[in-house]
Design a binder for this molecule. Structure first.
Ligand SMILES: Cc1cc2nc3c(=O)[nH]c(=O)nc-3n(C[C@H](O)[C@H](O)[C@H](O)COP(=O)(O)OP(=O)(O)OC[C@H]3O[C@@H](n4cnc5c(N)ncnc54)[C@H](O)[C@@H]3O)c2cc1C
Length: 475
């Protein structure tokens, strides 16, 4: 890497904000999709929008690719470094800049950890609703880039519903302030366009996020089943009846065993094939009537026991088990491939059946823990990436599961994004015209293609789009 660029970056972020030696760059070689890795040329850690803009402007002058990174908990290789590029980490941008309880919004730097925001706003009786299971580690900027979901997004909607404004640093280092209060914004919804763009458009440095009042009453139920498919059918029926619990999460037997053997033991029954964690929130009357309506449906599909969390401590334990489940699976094998599969909610049971068969055929160990209410399955395959044959079977199973989702009317990602992991699959779902339109949007934000190149949109599609233009793609 050009020494002038390295010196220039050091001058902007200071010596502590530039990681150039092998040992300190190594932790940035992958996100949580650990089988894809590359050590970055440099890691740069700015402290604010101004430093971010200066870094981007310098990288533009040197034509260096940039990969944004929050906490690196992504599961699709979005923050995996690219050839000849730097990683721009947001980890030192952790300030909650303002909380406005009257307008129910907060302004934060992009590197604030998701759960820290609700901790900061609790004294105002407010919380930030999107709650990825990784919320104690992942950043709000990463959530915006992935349009993340979480157990309670069933009721409250995924990240995009909660973003009011953004400050974005563009590939050329310009600052685009889309955070001014606008009651009825005119023009194109650039904020909406940016959410879910997986680091391909620019760097989100400051976020204005919507807060919700903490519900007065919350009831947490655990329905216990002798069959995973029955639990899925119960979820389909709850939705068909128009009920609106805040969360509907399924945990299968292998996951229960892993959680119960770990420090996160939540008291899930080990003789169950699956449990369904259901939460209802609202006023006392709302919670009582929703719970009354839910109980017979949960039982009709064979729940042989229905437990209620007796107090806040038990509720917290039930959720800690669910949210820590991926970590607990470290007991089964050294690596975990978390597949993000999404289908219409009427197809949950069919997809569970197909997924089980796909993994059985490939001699793979499958566990399921997922956002059932969103139709968002996480078939989790435990494996050892040092075993190349097993790794090949894991990747093949992932592809087969995605193709099955598409056949069932589903999509490629419920929440983890496309990144590098599902790049190839984009052509299974989208036509060349769809992909060409995506390339043109990407080029409007990032004409030189330096922002997280090679992710999300298949590169050759962009090249074909460019050469098909009358100018051959020249501006
Ligand atoms: C145990 C575990 C549980 C999980 N549970 C969930 C879940 O329930 N729901 C869910 O949706 N996801 C979940 N995830 C996936 C992951 O946590 C989310 O995708 C999260 O939003 C990533 O945030 P991050 O800060 O780690 O981003 P990173 O992994 O660092 O980056 C993710 C992507 O965002 C881009 N990016 C990061 N910050 C910015 C920025 N400021 N501006 C522009 N682009 C940026 C990166 O370039 C990359 O493409 C889970 C992951 C793990 C490991």
């Amino acid at each position: 890497m050009d020494p002038k660029l390295i010196d220039g970056l050091r001058a902007i972020v200071g010596p502590a904000g530039l990681l150039a030696d092998d040992v300190r760059r190594k932790p940035y070689e992958s996100d949580a999709l650990a089988y894809l890795k590359r050590i970055p040329e440099l890691v740069v850690l700015p402290r604010d929008t101004r430093q971010c803009a200066a870094v981007m402007e310098l990288c533009a002058r040197h034509r260096v690719p940039v990969v944004a990174r929050g906490a690196g908990t992504g599961l699709s290789g979005g923050a995996t470094p690219v050839e000849g590029g730097i990683v721009l980490g947001l980890a030192r941008m952790r300030d909650v800049l303002a909380i406005d309880p009257e307008r129910r919004i907060a302004r934060v730097q992009a590197g604030v950890v998701n759960s820290d925001l609700s901790i900061a706003t609790a004294k105002h009786g407010l919380f930030y609703a999107p709650d990825p299971s990784s919320q104690k580690a992942c950043t709000l900027g990463g959530n915006v880039a992935e349009n993340s979901g979480g157990p309670h997004c069933f009721r409250h909607g995924s990240t995009t519903r909660h973003v009011e404004g953004l400050v974005i640093v563009t590939a050329r280092g310009d600052v685009l302030d889309l955070s001014r209060p606008r009651a009825d914004p005119l023009g194109l919804d650039l904020v909406g366009l940016f959410v879910g763009s997986e680091g391909l458009f620019g760097i989100a440095t400051e976020l204005t996020l919507r807060l919700l009042p903490i519900p007065p009453v919350t009831e947490t139920l655990l329905a216990i089943y002798t069959s995973l498919e029955a639990a899925c059918q119960a979820v389909t029926q709850v939705i068909a009846e128009g009920l609106e619990p805040s969360a509907l999460e399924i945990i299968d037997k292998l996951t229960i065993e892993a959680v119960e053997a770990s420090v996160l033991a939540a008291g899930y029954p080990q003789d169950a094939e699956a449990v369904l964690l259901v939460e209802v929130e609202g006023s006392e009357a709302e919670v009582a009537s929703q719970t009354r309506a839910l109980e017979p449906i949960l039982r009709a599909f064979g729940a042989f026991e229905l437990r209620r969390a007796r107090d806040e401590a038990e509720r917290a334990r039930l959720w800690a088990g669910r949210k820590g489940a991926f970590g607990a699976m470290g007991r089964i094998a050294p690596d975990l491939y978390v597949i993000d599969a999404v289908v219409p909610r009427t197809k949950l049971a069919a997809l569970v059946r197909a997924t089980t068969a796909i993994c059985r055929e490939r001699r793979l160990k499958l566990a399921n823990v997922f956002h059932a209410g969103d139709g968002n399955l996480h078939p989790n395959i435990s494996y050892d990436r040092r075993d190349q044959d097993e790794l090949a079977r894991v990747i093949d199973a992932g592809h087969a599961i995605l193709r099955t989702c598409i056949e069932h009317g589903g999509a490629l990602s419920g929440e983890h994004g496309i990144g590098l992991e599902k790049l190839e699959a984009m052509e299974w779902l989208f036509t060349q015209d769809d992909l060409a339109a995506m390339c043109r949007v990407k080029e409007a934000w990032d004409p030189e293609g330096r922002m997280n190149p090679g992710k999300l949109i298949p590169v050759h599609t962009c090249m074909e789009t460019r050469s098909a233009l009358p100018s051959g793609g020249r501006a």
